[in-house]
Design a protein around this ligand. Structure first.
Ligand code: CP
Length: 300
């Protein structure tokens, strides 16, 4: 596997994360026009699962960096004829692609890609990991609080099926933040510290709401959307009890009126769309790293 791949947050040290976030921040100021010097980087995006944010923010980042981009139409690729993911990736490597961005429904799909020599950027694997989402979450928290240490982060909803919950837990604990989980009993995850949403809400710096991942089999019997919102969602009443400087986050897509009241999606405390803009900066930093470039120096 190429050493510049990004597969899981558990592969990154604190220093690696700091370098990526620093580069992402500098892309927003002094390095906004920086491009890959040779302008010939060929990147293939392979999305085997639905995506709007990750797919198109990767594409935006690639185009801003001067990459040439192939959007592989996975539904009409030879995977549908029975070709393995490995053979598809090896084919793209053989015909000249320099980097692969892959989203796949299978947990840790990348373990079957050991023999691929070009960097692979994981755009989400099943309920496993979502490293670039995690990095954009960290950047959003850092912008807000000036630190990633000592934060109280409350993640609420479908924890069991959430790769975002898994990645954010790994990274935030590396920085000694306190990550707690709430939501239906059915979706508790072993090794995760679960608390009562209403009891912990007023202590949280970050309240992160998660969508019910129906595509991964999540379902609650006999509960309407309105009942779910009342019992487990971020209602206006709960919003009113959040700390003065606390923020709302959500990886999106949002199911309005289910895990969050529709009027709160763009409320003052919401950083949901800020997370999406940060996603482009983080993905630029991760692509730059994939092509072997050292972290930026601060410009004097
Ligand atoms: N947050 C996220 O991964 O969104 P998409 O599924 O739209 O990429």
């Amino acid at each position: 596997m190429n050493q510049n791949s990004l597969l899981s947050m558990s592969d990154l040290s604190r220093n690696d994360i700091i370098h990526i976030l620093n580069d992402a921040s500098l892309f927003n100021v002094s390095y906004s026009d920086w491009q890959l010097p040779c302008h010939k980087a060929l990147v293939a995006n392979l999305f085997f699962e639905a995506s709007t944010r990750t797919h198109f923010s990767f594409e935006s980042a690639e185009l801003q960096l001067g990459c040439k981009v192939a959007d592989v139409q996975t539904s009409v690729s030879s995977v549908t004829k029975g070709e393995t993911l490995y053979d598809t990736c090896k084919t793209l490597e053989s015909v000249g692609y320099d980097c692969l961005v892959i989203r796949h429904k299978q947990d840790a799909y990348y373990k079957q890609l050991e023999g691929i020599n070009i960097p692979i950027l994981n755009a989400g694997d099943g309920a496993g990991d979502h490293p670039t989402q995690c990095l954009l979450d960290l950047l959003t928290m850092y912008q807000e609080f000036g630190t990633l240490t000592g934060l109280n982060v409350l993640i609420c909803g479908d924890i069991q099926h959430s790769r975002v919950a898994a990645s954010d837990k790994t990274a935030l604990e590396l920085f000694q933040s306190n990550v707690l989980f709430a939501g239906p009993e059915e979706w508790k995850r072993e090794g995760y510290k679960h608390v009562d949403f209403d009891e912990y809400l007023e202590k949280a710096d970050v309240v992160m709401m998660l969508r019910i991942q129906k595509e991964r089999g999540a379902a609650l019997a006999d509960m309407s959307d309105a009942e779910y919102l009342e019992q487990y969602g971020l209602t206006k009443e709960r919003y009113g009890r959040m700390k003065k400087n606390a923020i709302i986050m959500h990886p999106a897509p949002v199911n309005r009126g289910v895990e969050i009241d529709t009027d709160l999606v763009e409320a003052e405390k919401s950083r949901i769309f800020k997370q999406m803009s940060n996603g482009v900066l983080v993905r630029k930093a991760v692509i730059k790293r994939a092509f072997g470039y050292a972290p930026f120096e601060e410009k004097k």
